[in-house]
Design a protein around this ligand. Sequence first.
Ligand SMILES: Cc1cc2nc3c(=O)[nH]c(=O)nc-3n(C[C@H](O)[C@H](O)[C@H](O)COP(=O)(O)O)c2cc1C
Length: 176
Amino acid sequence: MATPASTATLEPRVDSDAFRQVLSRFCSGVTIITGLAEEHGRTVPAGLTCQSFFSLSLDPPLVAFSVARTSRTWPTIEPSGAFCVNVLSAAQQTLCRSFAVSGSDKFAGQDWMPAPATGSPALPGSLAWIDCAVETVHPGGDHWLVVGRVLHLNAADHEADPLLFYRAAFRRPAAA
Ligand SMILES: Cc1cc2nc3c(=O)[nH]c(=O)nc-3n(C[C@H](O)[C@H](O)[C@H](O)COP(=O)(O)O)c2cc1C
């Protein structure tokens, strides 16, 4: 008779350092997810740096990203039902770092334009803007997987390098 699998064999054997180190070999671009939050009866811009962005579906047009359950910003954006994905250029590394600091006044002195469909902040100098309505939010371990329906999108007409993130460091493409 087969021995039933013990609970121990079903336990994950992946330690978090190994997980981080191995997954850091996946090179990605970097985005800032922005949106509008209600704060003391005022509508204010909000955002956070996010690497875990991907395109999900062409028809219907869907994109997705994951956000930590500990994020202070995402719960302020989610009720608006919308967000804008700002795809960062290499020149936006400082901006990228500042939007990764939880609890800071991220939009102090920061220019932005309302994205056409939702009014979520589009950041000048970005390579692309993807203006979305929140379609669904799924639990994903210690993160949420947020799926957005693309309502409007635009790419910059300049040829700036993308900001890349690889092995826990910012990179830019090597010259060809
Ligand atoms: C390059 C980079 C990529 C990041 N990607 C993500 C991500 O995909 N999801 C996430 O939840 N946090 C990500 N973070 C961390 C958040 O930006 C950071 O936790 C931020 O403090 C969250 O701010 P908040 O608490 O105001 O939401 C990333 C940070 C950096 C520097």
